[in-house]
Design a protein around this ligand. Structure first.
Ligand SMILES: N[C@@H](CCC(=O)N[C@@H](CS)C(=O)NCC(=O)O)C(=O)O
Length: 202
């Protein structure tokens, strides 16, 4: 099989979940590390792959894809359909899966990311952390009841939705995981996976 190409800045940016999934699927791939400070994400050649000059970008033959959640959905459908991604015909399960994939970036990561972007003064940092902490209490209302009663986010077992969640959750470890036994156990299970270790996600 021809190697896939994964563009990133480092192992622990938003390419982490894609790399973890590639390891789970045992798909051969090349990591292409781009140095933002040297302008490598701003070259005409890279802007053709990602017009925003961001990472990750996956190239699989003729397909060029951005957005980490979309890349993971694509890979799971193409290389692990019905295993790491529920089939379309499993309508209710697929709906839950899609919901968690979108939730991981659209509800969770966008909140956590504020701790990197909205912290330019000590006052702003305090306000941001208070906001993220409060939001995490709301986010826990969605996830905690589920991981308290089952090992993985879908009742069918481990899926790429767990990869997305486990890659994003540590960004707010103190607010989501610390002192939360269900989440500690959930993260413990996922952090032990050989593929996560091979991909150096944590
Ligand atoms: N929603 C996108 C976010 C992509 C993103 O913002 N990536 C960061 C690295 S983790 C980036 O490329 N930052 C460089 C920049 O914004 O200049 C995804 O999940 O792929």
């Amino acid at each position: 099989m021809k190697k896939l190409d994964l563009y990133c800045m480092a192992l622990q940016d938003r390419s982490d979940r894609v790399r973890w999934l590639l390891e789970e699927l045992k798909i051969p791939y090349n990591n292409h590390f781009l140095n933002r400070d040297k302008g490598e994400m701003n070259t005409p050649a890279y802007r053709l792959l990602n017009p925003m000059g961001r990472v990750p970008t996956l190239v699989d033959g003729d397909l060029v894809l951005n957005e980490s959640a979309a890349i993971c959905m694509y890979l799971a459908d193409k290389y692990s359909y019905g295993k790491l991604a529920p089939k379309i015909e499993e309508t209710a399960l697929r709906a839950q899966y899609t919901k968690w994939m979108i939730w991981s970036v659209g509800s969770l990561e966008c909140v956590i990311a504020r701790m990197f972007t909205h912290v330019s003064t000590p006052e702003e940092k305090n306000t941001t952390h208070d906001y993220v902490k409060a939001q995490c209490e709301v986010l826990k209302l969605a996830i905690n009841p589920i991981i308290s009663k089952q090992d993985y986010i879908l009742p069918s077992g481990f899926s790429v939705a767990d990869i997305m969640l486990a890659a994003v959750i540590p960004g707010a470890w103190d607010y989501l995981v610390k002192g939360n036994p269900a989440m500690e156990a959930y993260m413990g299970r996922l952090m032990k996976r050989e593929s996560a270790i091979a991909a150096k996600v944590f």
